[in-house]
Write a protein that binds this ligand. Structure first.
Ligand code: KG4
Ligand code: ZN
Length: 331
């Protein structure tokens, strides 16, 4: 079964082909450089770029795989959550393609796809605990099956990735901030500054990351006022450690409370090298099996869309051409 996945929910235009759940090839055009000029994603520019690249990328992918559009059994697209204009470009493209080549059309929940991305490299087993940490979400789920996920905890304000991006801006790094902080933190001392860890009330599995940007700003201002030199690498490492301490502690607490012995990691922040290492250590200590996609499958990509569609196809899910894009879609 050949399934094409299309991802255009934010600032990556991506297409991938999966055969029976196995990734064959993928193409991706990142818009990061364009949005970096503005310090964050500009929705109008994002939709235009998707429109500009989708057709060319599709042709390139078909050529590389020596496939014709009529070979595709399923055309799947990210239907939300995300930027409305960007989603609409992908959904319209996918509908036209499915109609034109007689393939089954499927709209995929972007969050769902992130959670299933680890299934491209290792067979996922359920139930499992799911940790989704991205630019828009910080959620802990109980994953009962590929299609059924229950929220156990979530961020009450900023997502983890949003915190990385905001703090990167504060310390003068570019956009997107996550990978830049990840890199810079390797040269810094994670205990140089003790930024506040926000755990909320006892036993809460929710998160709050909106205060940490102010914490970093206040620290920088007070150091400047005191005439002390600021060490960006120490700030990056200390900020990152403060965020990771909370994420790792709550995730392990959730796994223990739910009696889960499997953990699925997902989302752009899951590409963070320190998070991967610290979560792996914590899981090893607690006897939890960690399913962790490679970094390229953590950030937005189309292979995860095709993979999620493959699971949905097996469950008999089919959409028709009245399907809409939903910017605020939840699981
Ligand atoms: O999943 P994703 O590609 O898009 C959304 O669906 O949001 O996640 C993007 C987020 C951005 O906030 C980016 O800064 C963050 O993931 N990110 C990282 C790393 N790579 C991407 N955060 C920390 N460390 C990284 N290595
Ligand atoms: Zn995403």
């Amino acid at each position: 079964m050949l399934c094409l996945g299309i991802e255009s929910s934010c600032d990556e235009t991506a297409l991938a082909v999966v055969r029976d759940g196995v990734l064959l090839d993928a193409v991706l055009a990142s818009q990061a450089d364009i949005h970096a000029l503005f310090g964050g994603v500009v929705p109008e520019l994002a939709s235009r770029e998707h429109y500009r690249y989708l057709g060319t990328l599709f042709d390139q992918l078909m050529q590389r795989l020596d496939l014709r559009p009529s070979d595709l059994d399923v055309v799947a697209v990210s239907r939300g959550p995300g930027l409305l204009g960007s989603l609409l470009v992908g959904v319209a493209f996918a509908k036209a393609l499915a109609l034109g080549c007689g393939a089954r059309f499927l709209g995929v929940n972007h969050l769902h796809a992130h959670l299933l991305a680890a299934g491209l490299e290792n067979e996922l087993r359920f139930p499992a605990l799911g940790l989704l940490v991205s630019g828009g979400h910080t959620h802990i789920y109980r994953m009962e099956s590929p299609s059924r996920c229950i929220v156990l905890g979530k961020t009450l304000d900023d997502a983890a990735g949003e915190a990385f991006d905001k703090v990167a801006r504060v310390i003068g790094l570019g956009y997107p901030g996550g990978p830049l902080i990840d890199r810079l933190a390797k040269e810094g001392n994670p205990h140089a500054v003790e930024f506040k860890r926000v755990y909320l009330e006892k036993d809460s599995l929710d998160f709050s990351f909106s205060g940490i940007k102010t914490g970093v700003l206040n620290y920088i201002n007070s150091e400047k006022q005191a005439g002390r030199e600021i060490v960006p690498a120490d700030i990056a490492a200390s900020f990152q450690q403060a965020v990771l301490d909370v994420i790792v502690k709550k995730t392990i607490a959730a796994a223990e409370r739910m009696g889960e012995k499997r953990l699925v990691l997902a989302g752009g922040v899951a590409a963070n090298s320190a998070l991967r290492a610290q979560l792996a250590d914590a899981c090893r200590e607690k006897g939890i099996q960690l399913f962790c996609p490679p970094p390229v499958l953590c950030t937005d990509n189309a292979a995860m869309i095709a993979c999620a569609a493959y699971y949905a196809y097996q469950e008999g899910v089919q959409d028709d051409l009245t399907l809409d894009a939903y910017p605020a879609l939840d699981l």
